[in-house]
Design a protein around this ligand. Sequence first.
Ligand SMILES: [Fe+2]
Ligand SMILES: [Fe+2]
Length: 163
Amino acid sequence: MAISKSMAMALNKQFNEELNSAYLYESMAADFNSKNFHGFAKWMTAQAAEERTHAEKIHVYLTESNERVFHAALPEPQHTWETPLHALLSALAHEEYISKCIHDLVRSSRKEDDIATETFLGWYVTEQIEEEANAQGMIDKLKMIGDDKNGLYQLDKEASKRQ
Ligand SMILES: [Fe+2]
Ligand SMILES: [Fe+2]
């Protein structure tokens, strides 16, 4: 069963949102690298790579549904954040926005009785819980550390271990 044109367009929008997420996290990585937080930079680079796989999954789904993706222009991301905590708070806010986008897509698929797309989106619903938890986990640690330079150094080192 084919998906509707409006569903294809909505999924295409999400495809671009995922690439936009990657772009944002790459910008955070660049900012971290410029401030010698190479561990946080690596964490963000890994996050950006994940976002590209999220986009790729939608690309594949649309292709298999006899549709195609269209690449939109990406907005210029913010270039600098005051502290690692500020960056991670932005990342969490962004993930909450993405969760909302995914939930809206699920609602649309239900309205259209598009069971295939609803099932496809289930993976994203679960993934978003993990995405928000990852950002929140870093925020909790950064808040615990506060202004302690040594703590920040240790956390940066720990963040570098993310694959
Ligand atoms: Fe994503
Ligand atoms: Fe994400």
